[in-house]
Structure formats: C-alpha cells, structure tokens
Design a protein around this ligand. Sequence first.
Ligand code: ATP
Ligand code: MG
Length: 182
Amino acid sequence: MFLKRIELQGFKSFANKTVLQFDQDITGIVGPNGCGKSNINDAIRWVLGEQSVKSLRSGGNMSDIIFSGSEQKKKVNMAKVSLVFDNSRRIFDTPFDEVEIARQIQRSNNEATYTINRTPCRLKDIQELIMDTGLGRDSLSIISQGNISAFADAKPEERRSLFEEAAGVAKYKKRKQASLSK
Ligand code: ATP
Ligand code: MG
C-alpha cells in the first residue's frame, strides 16, 4: 500500500487545486522556507482524521486551515484534500485497487465531511478503515521533525520501544503485561 496522489484545494497555502503524484519509491519535497512543505504533511494528517487544530499548526477553529488570502489572491470558503492510496495488496479491507479518502470543510459552518471512494461516511469509518494498516493516529507512518531529535536523544530502552512499535511487537507486549498482571 502506498500513497499515489494527493489533491489539495483551498487547504492552507494551496489556494488553487494542486495535484501531487507519488509514483516512485521515494519522493522528496523540497523548497524554500514557507513554501508549503509542512502544509502537505498537515493535509495528510487532516484527511486521516486529525482533530487538533493546534497540531495542524493553525488558529483556533478548524476552518482556519482554509486558505485565508494573500496579496494576490482572495480568501476561499472551502478546503478539500483527497488522498489516493494504492490498494492492490488489499491492505485496506475493501475490494478496490485504489482507495480515495477525502475530507472537506466549509468556512460557513466549520464542519467537516468525509468520503471514502466518493461515498459520504463518518470519521469513524475512516478510523476503522485505517486501523491496523500502519496509518492510524499513533502509528509511525508520519515522523515529524521533533520526533527525530527525540529519537536521537532517547535512551537505548526508549529507542528500542520505538522499534518494537514499528515492528508491531508492542501490542503483543502490552497484551502479555496485561495478562500477567491479572
Ligand atoms: P519550512 O521550510 O520553514 O519548514 P514549509 O515549506 O514547511 O517551511 P509551511 O509551514 O508548510 O512551510 O507553510 C507555511 C506557509 O503557509 C506560510 O506562508 C503561511 O502563511 C501559509 N499558510 C498557513 N495556513 C494558511 C492559510 N490558512 N491560508 C493561507 N496561507 C496559509
Ligand atoms: Mg516545514
């Protein structure tokens, strides 16, 4: 499973519809300070259900992630981001080769709507779809700048626990501890 494409429209600095295609094994996104690299990372987490405006590095309301205007361009009233994943290995439990997950928000009501393969759904449906795929909230599929220095500074035992998390051993360890303490 891999992320094939991101489409952003009205999300943070991406006022116009922008499509990023990730066909190769590794894609690097480079650019000057403030050009929107981290906003792409925020967009991915937003679609996957991030509810904390602060952790999206934005203002007080979720609608603050909508493009707020610049010298050349007027603000817009809607933000939409969609992620298209390759699902040929059926990591997502759906019979489709491609899975598109999208989230949209209107400035007028500050409310988000979600779709999976263009069918409206609840946030819960997205959470269930990504559960145990490595994309979930506490997974290591997104590692931010702060995480890297924390990893470098960590004690060996703490570092080991991160490897255990990534290898999927952590949940068995937790279950073992739970059953031993009964
Ligand atoms: P750095 O290299 O410094 O980490 P970056 O490429 O990661 O930079 P971002 O943090 O992604 O940059 O983008 C910051 C830019 O996004 C700022 O110019 C900010 O004004 C703009 N931005 C953020 N939210 C909005 C919004 N709602 N509307 C318009 N522009 C926004
Ligand atoms: Mg950045």
